[in-house]
Design a protein around this ligand. Sequence first.
Ligand code: ADP
Length: 381
Amino acid sequence: MAQPPVVGMVGGGQLARMTGQAAVALGIGFRVLAGSAEESAALTVHDPVIGDERGYADLAAFAAGCSVLTFDHEHVPTEHLRALVADGVAVRPGPEALVHAQDKGEMRARLDALGVAAPRHAVVESPAAVAAFTDEVGGWPVVLKTARGGYDGKGVWVVGEDRVGVDEPFRAGVPVLVEEYVDFARELAALVVRSPSGQAVAYPVVQSVQRDGVCVEVVAPAPGLPADRAIEAQRIALRVAGELNVVGVLAVELFETRDGRLLVNELAMRPHNTGHWSIDGAVTSQFENHLRAVLDLPLGSPAARAPWTVMVNVLGGDVPDLYAGYRHCMARDPGLRVHAYGKAIRPGRKVGHVNVSGNDLEHLRARAWHAADYLSGAIDE
Ligand code: ADP
């Protein structure tokens, strides 16, 4: 009997862990290359490979045991990915796509070339250049971002008129991007999945809320979003996926401005926090569709199973483990879906999420927040 293919995911975080769950359901091989045996996915997959996710030798050795290589983060050096492709490895998404999720400068330049609306921006080399940009866009505050290596708000600084912190981003020794500060009405995300043969599906556009740069809540679909604007967001994401030749999930983070415009904030080319609702709330989860895409299988329906799904992240608090809260949360709310990542609890760290689906949005939000707060130890009843 022919063996099913083996998908190799670089990175051992919760995204790999949840992709692994989808791989189990599909009965396909799934391996991870993780930095340590204690990482979230390394704890759950068969025979994890422990190695340097940024080193060529370890990447090449890992790829040799896989049918296709994909990623749970953006931190693999682009030149290594190019070398793997030259060696005949199926890298999905490929380096020419992935670089736009790795480097915010490259991403901005390409979206500009495509005419996709974004916050006004410039790549700058000094605090003096930041000040010049600020004059051009009409004043402070502005947002500074390291072009590479940031996540969850790390590598993002809002700098005001007092200019406190304006030197900070330049210390990392990587290019710095400055952007106008967008006083947005809210943040949205359009998540699409594309396969090498060009099939693509678009999930309902969601609303996301970030606190201190970290996503805390997602509502699917985005409440009150006019249908034409939702379609515009999906069109932007499908077009970017096609133009950049993305394979797998593409999450497009957007600002919805107070006057109804959509500006692209950033791109991610892997399963994304704004798609976690889909595990319980959609016909096919983002994780399963990512696997289907990288294997060039027909994609599954992204349709919602319920009028609303609310996802709230469980952030590390002052309880030593999430399990302590299970009895209370599960007894109180049998409709609650709990997802825990098996990660050591650290303050503010994403350690799990909860999903609830149904008809009454405010009730769903209250249930999801109660469970997430209880599990993290922020409340005790
Ligand atoms: P990360 O790579 O850490 O996800 P992002 O570029 O997505 O960084 O920025 C994190 C958060 O910072 C965004 O979700 C948004 O809330 C805020 N932010 C980023 N850029 C801007 C901007 N130009 N104007 C206003 N807020 C911004």
